[in-house]
Design a protein around this ligand. Structure first.
Ligand SMILES: NC(=O)c1ccc[n+]([C@@H]2O[C@H](COP(=O)([O-])OP(=O)(O)OC[C@H]3O[C@@H](n4cnc5c(N)ncnc54)[C@H](O)[C@@H]3O)[C@@H](O)[C@H]2O)c1
Length: 253
């Protein structure tokens, strides 16, 4: 029970890495706030947690909208009386180079993947300070560490998440708030399943997505959630401003 007595917000917890993290946090004793813009998906995560004996509530929030995010923090504190952990996981993906990418698409990716982290942190940190400290885990990507072709807006958003992590770690260290970034490599979630499904040849695309990394497979959401738990919990008390890769060796190449 590594998170007993802690209240944790997990954004984008309706699917994939966020859902696996919500599930694991609840198993470790946290009171979980499942945040997603998709109410059906978020409600399902809460149901899965409750069926497993855990505690969770769902809040429908678009992390790129300040009013939604303010309400997210207010409702969390109303319900659990505190806020200890924030996992900034909600993210979207799009392909295209700078010539192809539509301006609206660029704006939307940056709004969700980067401004969303800014807003959720901005409104959560004052509550963490009131409680004597906290832990923030931002979900970056291997695409924020190395260049990956044909997904320029996504790459830039994830590099920004790494820079934001380091800035917040420095700014709030003396408030006992640790801020770290977990950079997953390709992980089999709905995000990647959609890329495979939309490819001209889904089967060879799936194989290519496995073959380009030393471990020759995609990650499982649970494997990423384990790293998020480490950074979020008191198991990593000396880690702040850290960038932890869990990517099957991709960025070691
Ligand atoms: N899957 C991968 O290969 C991979 C690799 C590296 C990084 N990541 C990052 O991990 C995170 C989770 O990815 P995933 O693969 O689990 O994605 P996913 O698409 O499977 O799930 C993302 C969830 O976020 C929600 N969401 C999207 N926009 C939102 C918004 N504006 N407000 C609130 N919720 C929103 C979606 O409804 C969905 O439930 C993302 O930040 C992603 O960029 C994923």
């Amino acid at each position: 029970m590594r998170l007993a007595g802690k209240a944790a917000i997990i954004t984008g917890a309706g699917a994939g890495i966020g859902r696996a993290t919500a599930h694991l946090f609840a198993e470790e004793g946290a009171e979980v706030v499942v945040v997603d813009c998709d109410s059906e998906a978020g409600t399902k995560t809460v149901r899965l947690i409750e069926e497993n004996g855990g505690a969770a509530i769902f809040l429908q929030v678009d992390v790129s909208k300040a009013a939604d995010v303010k309400r997210m923090v207010e409702r969390t504190v109303e319900r659990y009386g505190r806020l200890d952990i924030l996992v900034n996981n909600a993210g979207i993906y799009t392909q295209g180079d700078v010539v192809e990418a539509a301006e609206e698409e660029w704006d939307r990716i940056l709004d969700v993947n980067l401004k969303g982290v800014f807003l959720c942190s901005k409104y959560s940190i004052p509550e963490m300070i009131k409680g004597g400290g906290g832990s923030i885990v931002n979900i970056g990507s291997e695409a924020g560490i190395v260049g990956i072709k044909n997904q320029v807006a996504y790459n830039v958003s994830k590099s920004g998440v790494i820079a934001l992590t380091k800035s917040m770690a420095l700014d709030f260290a003396l408030h006992n708030i640790r801020v770290n970034c977990l950079c997953p490599g390709r992980t089999l979630t709905p995000l990647v399943e959609n890329v495979i499904a939309e490819a001209q040849d889904p089967e060879s695309t799936r194989r290519a997505l496995e073959e380009d990394r030393p471990l020759k497979r995609m990650g499982r959401p649970e494997e990423i959630a384990a790293g998020i738990l480490f950074l979020a919990s008191d198991e990593s008390p000396y880690a702040t401003g850290s960038i932890l890769s869990i990517d099957g060796g991709y960025t070691a190449q």
